[in-house]
Design a protein around this ligand. Structure first.
Ligand SMILES: NC(=O)c1ccc[n+]([C@@H]2O[C@H](COP(=O)([O-])OP(=O)(O)OC[C@H]3O[C@@H](n4cnc5c(N)ncnc54)[C@H](O)[C@@H]3O)[C@@H](O)[C@H]2O)c1
Length: 453
């Protein structure tokens, strides 16, 4: 099928590359010329494991452009995958969505096209996008235009760091639309993934036990709400274990044991139950805020979701409080941060806890050193005013530091030579913000080991 993807960020590029791999004819459009030039050169503008390999393997079916006139005409399916960053009062800023919808209307031709909201958009956005497209068709061609299109919702559940796996082998595909023709087009598009009939790339093997992928087809509003409800639930699960963790610390319980003890109950599940610094990233904060904002438009409060947010952001303060408790004076101290990205295997820094923690420490007069295996280049570009002294090797964050904080649980940080690192520190304090380091070993070396809970 002829597919157009608008926006080539973490979601759009992953979607485009996976659909091209399935044999669809895909044109990816982004307004950022530098990104498009990078992708034309076979490179990914973001870090995502195996993305460049899959781009290469799908290159016969994949084009990149900045031109709506080139990308839109003839497309049977157009995905909108532009950013929906947080706006004022918690609602997402929809300016990129509006501009994509206008661009579609201007160039839409062909007998029938399904426009798919893949961006996470507030409930009701399907209708709104439809009206924007109609307005811009009318502006371009007049009211008698017979261009036919329908709007669908197809929320994305990929996780950065495992985006390709999540797209090729999803837990489920959700499609929202108000007529059977729309749902049928999207069913055809996703069929190789739903039925798992494609040959997997060698570097992204099909996980054992993967069967047919469940398809949830729903009306537009339900599909839109599924995405927000999923993210709010996952955020709440993390905040829940962090709240229990605070009590565990007071009563002398081990939160990792508590989490395992409750998580093995099949009704609860072990995932998203790791106590630590809490969530960051471009989705959970923005989407929980948007859910609360949408509810308030209907006169509804969402106390559980609000509490999950509050607990999450307090975890960052707890890092500073713990350092203060140990060091007594923070002014003039040097603190090393291991990890800047909001989670491992991505270079995404949006709402990364490391940035917030660094700001709080700097405000209190600390010097902050930092390291990340892949996000330092992006940090230099995006946060030139945040005074984190970046070092090339993770061990160097320890040199002369009064404490090291493990912020992002990159695998390589578990495997550092912690014994040698300790000898270079001013005070041997390690704050394990993800509760993943080998506490007994670190204590044996002579560290003062602080878990986050
Ligand atoms: N990142 C995730 O893990 C994730 C997961 C699920 C859903 N989502 C949702 O998907 C959407 C996209 O997220 P992302 O992380 O990929 O964003 P992103 O910021 O990485 O990418 C968005 C891209 O859209 C481009 N763009 C902006 N306006 C445009 C326009 N008018 N036409 C074409 N391109 C345009 C930008 O240049 C950018 O490259 C958001 O709504 C987000 O909430 C993200």
């Amino acid at each position: 099928m002829k597919v157009c993807i608008l926006g080539t960020g973490y979601v759009g590029l992953t979607t485009g590359v996976c659909l091209a791999y399935m044999g669809h004819d895909v044109t990816c459009l982004d307004t950022d010329e530098a990104k498009v030039a990078t992708m034309r050169g076979g490179k990914a503008p973001i870090y995502e494991p195996h993305l460049e390999d899959l781009m290469a393997d799908s290159s016969a079916n994949l084009r990149f452009t900045t031109s709506y006139a080139e990308a839109v005409p003839g497309a049977e399916v157009i995905f909108i995958a532009v950013g929906t960053p947080p706006g004022a009062n918690g609602s997402p800023d929809l300016k990129y969505l509006a501009s994509a919808a206008n661009g579609i209307g201007e160039y839409l031709d062909g007998p029938f096209c399904v426009v798919v909201n893949k961006s996470t958009v507030p409930i009701g956005s399907g209708n709104w996008v439809g009206s924007l497209i109609r307005d811009s068709i009318e502006k371009a061609r007049g009211p008698q235009s017979d261009r036919k299109f329908a709007v669908a919702s197809n929320p994305e559940f990929l996780r950065e760091g495992s985006a390709l796996n999540d797209s090729l082998y999803p837990d489920r595909v959700v499609i929202g639309g108000d007529d059977s023709r729309t749902l049928e087009v999207l069913y055809r598009l996703y069929r190789p993934i739903l039925d798992q009939t494609f040959s997997p790339p060698t570097y992204l093997p099909r996980p054992d036990g993967t069967g047919a992928v469940p398809l949830i087809s729903a009306d537009l509003a339900s599909a839109e709400l599924i995405k927000y409800a999923a993210n709010a639930f996952l955020s709440t699960k993390i905040s829940y274990i962090n709240e229990i963790g605070q009590l565990a610390e007071k009563v002398g319980a081990d939160i990792t044991k508590v989490a395992r003890g409750i998580g093995l109950d099949a009704r609860i599940g072990t995932r998203f139950l790791q106590a630590g610094i809490g969530w960051g990233g471009s989705c959970f904060g923005k989407d929980t805020a948007a859910l609360v904002a949408t509810a308030s438009e209907y006169g509804l409060d969402m106390p559980i979701v609000r509490a999950a947010r509050e607990v999450n952001y307090k975890q960052r303060d707890r890092v500073v409080d713990k350092l203060l408790g140990e060091l007594k004076i923070l002014k003039g101290r040097t603190i090393g941060l291991l990890g800047l990205a909001f989670k491992p295997n991505t270079d995404d820094l949006r709402e990364a806890p490391a940035l917030d923690i660094a700001k709080k420490l700097i405000e209190r007069g600390c010097k902050v050193k930092g390291h990340d295996p892949v996000a330092m280049e992006r940090f230099r570009k995006e946060y030139p005013d945040l005074a984190i002294n970046l070092v090339d090797r993770p061990v160097d964050v320890a040199a002369g530091a009064d404490a090291v904080v493990l912020v992002t649980e990159w695998q390589e940080y578990r495997e550092l030579d912690w014994e040698a690192m300790m000898k270079t520190m001013t005070c041997p304090i390690v704050l394990d913000g993800r509760n993943i380091l080998d506490r007994e070993r670190l204590v044996r070396y002579g560290y003062r080991y602080l878990p986050i809970v």
